[in-house]
Design a protein around this ligand. Structure first.
Ligand SMILES: [Zn+2]
Ligand SMILES: [Zn+2]
Length: 343
């Protein structure tokens, strides 16, 4: 018998609590290609709030939230190929089928046959133990601490896929990052600097100026509205990584040089944007939607970090028993870096 703890979301919305329950159970034995992982840390992400609000239609209830977990493999199912007990792992958002055209091309983040989506269709990482197919995991080096390993994929991984894989950001180019104090935003500033780019960081509240400056941003624009493009100066951006969404989308678009790339990775508020298609056509702008990173992206990122260490910022670390409080903290906004739960 082992004591297992997990936070359960029984209904969508903010009226009820996210209840944390502990019970004594035998650990579930992994079947097929599953891994049983002892969770060491789990990030709390804006997507968790979107899930909780019921904005994603395939959410299965009740569910254990969390798609940003790190830990150590305890047991492996009989059909697993890539992992052994004792391996240090962290999660991607979901599995992939491995045989569709997207998967064969290595584009596993756009596999449309993924069946296991952490925190949405299968129980996630707000727990002491996590049982999921091996394709949900990637291997992490021992020297990465547990909170950093937990949030690496959804923050730096998202930034890597957006800036490097999708937009081809190179040394000497100009990157603009919105929501630069947030989990993904601050990671994107750190990564773009480490790649040798000039970075403009956009924040909504001047309280975050010192924090964003400490990340190395070359220019900081404080803009509670959506007019930062008017203050950008003459050098437009080659790449914009927009982590905010509807409220910043058009200013992001207008921050780009001719032929620039807008990578959109987040949409905090549930709103639509009005789009001047002529602007995109005339200026030859590419708008790229991107979510998370593939296993190959993570391998490339980890290899880059081996020679270019990046210190991700963890805003708060809370006990798993405070999962509900952690989500409400994130919902209030204004955090600098990620919130992490530890079981
Ligand atoms: Zn996330
Ligand atoms: Zn596939």
């Amino acid at each position: 018998m082992t004591r297992r703890t997990a936070a359960h979301l029984d209904a969508t919305g903010w009226a009820g609590a996210l209840t944390v329950r502990a019970d004594e159970h035998d650990l579930p034995a992994p079947v097929r290609d599953q891994l049983l992982v002892a969770v060491e840390a789990c990030g709390v992400c804006h997507r968790d709030l979107i899930d909780r609000e019921g904005r994603i239609r395939f959410l299965r209830l009740p569910i254990v939230p969390g798609h940003e977990a790190s830990g150590r493999v305890l047991q492996v199912g009989p059909d697993t190929q890539g992992f052994s007990p004792g391996d240090r792992v962290a999660t991607l958002h979901r599995d992939h089928c491995g045989v569709c055209d997207a998967c064969l091309a290595g584009e596993t983040t756009v596999c449309d046959r993924a069946a296991s989506v952490l925190g949405l269709t299968i129980d996630g990482g707000y727990a002491s133990h996590l049982l999921a197919p091996e394709r949900v995991f990637y291997r992490v080096p021992d020297q990465l601490d547990a909170p950093t390993a937990a949030v690496l994929h959804c923050t730096l991984g998202t930034a890597w896929r957006g800036l490097v894989t999708q937009a081809g950001l190179r040394s000497g180019q100009h990157a603009l990052i919105t929501g630069a104090n947030g989990g993904v935003g601050h990671a994107a500033v750190l990564l773009a600097k480490s790649l040798g780019a000039t970075v403009t960081a956009v924040i909504r509240d001047d309280a975050h100026q010192d924090f964003v400056a400490s990340l190395g941003a070359d220019q900081i624009l404080v803009d509670p509205g959506d007019t930062f493009h008017k203050r950008l100066g003459r050098r437009r951006a080659d790449v914009v990584l927009d982590t905010v969404g509807a409220t910043t989308f058009n200013a992001s678009l207008r921050s780009l040089r001719v032929g620039g790339r807008l990578v959109t990775v987040g949409n905090i508020v549930d709103a639509r944007v009005e789009l001047n298609l002529g602007y995109i056509i005339t200026f030859g702008i590419r708008v790229i939607g991107s979510s998370g990173a593939s296993g190959a992206d993570m391998e490339a990122l980890l290899s880059w970090l081996g020679s270019h260490p990046i210190g991700l910022r963890i805003a708060r670390t809370l006990e798993l028993s405070r999962a509900d409080e952690a989500q409400r903290l994130l919902r209030r906004g204004g955090l600098e870096g990620r919130v992490v739960l530890v079981p």
